[in-house]
Ligand binder design. Structure first.
Ligand SMILES: [Fe+2]
Ligand SMILES: [Fe+2]
Length: 271
């Protein structure tokens, strides 16, 4: 299965870049499954339902969220009607929406996509490790599911690596989101799980993690009431990871993707 995962879309520039690039990438990389983190798609904070619909239409199969899941309150009703939009699995019981979705491809193959949120330097949540272990008790790669993608939404690189190794061999891809900066550690772990600590954002990198740099940098110097962060509006880099899996569901190749905008470019080529 050929899988593309894109990191946090930030604001209009991120949305525009992803929606422009996705149809071409789907064809060029013969993608079977596209997963996109969209927690910052609406002006940097949350995801409005019409933007979610537009991203699905542009070629995203599954959208994930994170700590900004409910910044746009309208999403709370929408998520109950759209199973391909998921929020962290380890949000406490009773939270709207689901933390995973089983996607059936046109050819009948099935992929499980899940998201968890870290606990280091993040708001308190249930245990992401135990939540995942419990879910994976029901799904076995190569047996009742063809691929499993896990989005670990977290701040700390250590927690993400600990998670990746914990589920190495049981998941096709573990990829981090939330920091908005792509890490250069794309690899296949010894057990066969593709891994990258953070996918990076789809946004303007002439910014502070996607936000207009003037106000965002000044907030480290002083505190002025009423100053609001807004997304940077320069050309975005589409940032993520591309993975090909074999019949056992484990990764055969893993390659970072950085397309457009300011970052050094890299686009995988099919072998
Ligand atoms: Fe984010
Ligand atoms: Fe986040």
């Amino acid at each position: 299965m050929r899988i593309l995962f894109l990191g946090d879309i930030v604001g209009r520039s991120g949305r525009d870049a992803v929606m422009a690039a996705l149809p071409g990438l789907r064809a060029q990389l013969a993608l079977d499954l596209v997963v996109v983190n969209a927690e910052n798609a609406s002006h940097g904070f949350g995801l409005a339902p019409d933007m979610a619909r537009a991203l699905f239409e542009a070629g995203a199969d599954v959208l994930t969220l994170g700590n900004h899941a409910w910044d746009r309150k309208e999403l709370i009703g929408y998520i109950e009607t759209q199973p391909r939009l998921i929020r962290p699995l380890n949000f406490p019981p009773g939270t709207p929406g689901q933390g995973c979705v089983l996607v059936e491809l046109a050819d009948g193959r099935r992929a499980l996509v899940l998201q968890v949120m870290g606990r280091l330097f993040m708001e308190p949540n249930d245990d992401p490790f135990r939540s995942t272990a419990e879910l994976l008790g029901k799904y076995r790669l190569g047996a009742n599911v063809d691929a499993i993608v896990a989005d670990f939404h977290g701040e700390a690189t250590s927690e993400k690596m600990g998670y990746g190794h914990s589920f190495d061999g049981r998941v096709s891809l573990v990829v981090g989101t939330h920091t908005h900066v792509p890490t250069a550690d794309t690899q296949i772990l010894p057990g066969g799980t593709a891994y990258q600590t953070d996918a990076g954002m789809c946004g303007d990198y002439d910014s502070v993690i996607g936000m207009e740099k003037g106000v965002a940098a000044a907030r480290f110097w002083r505190r002025v009431p009423g100053e609001r962060l807004a997304p940077a509006d320069g050309t975005a880099t589409v940032s993520g990871i591309f993975v090909e899996t074999g019949s056992n569901g484990l990764a055969l190749t893993a390659h970072p993707l950085r397309l457009g905008g300011r970052l050094a470019q890299t686009v995988p080529v099919l072998g």
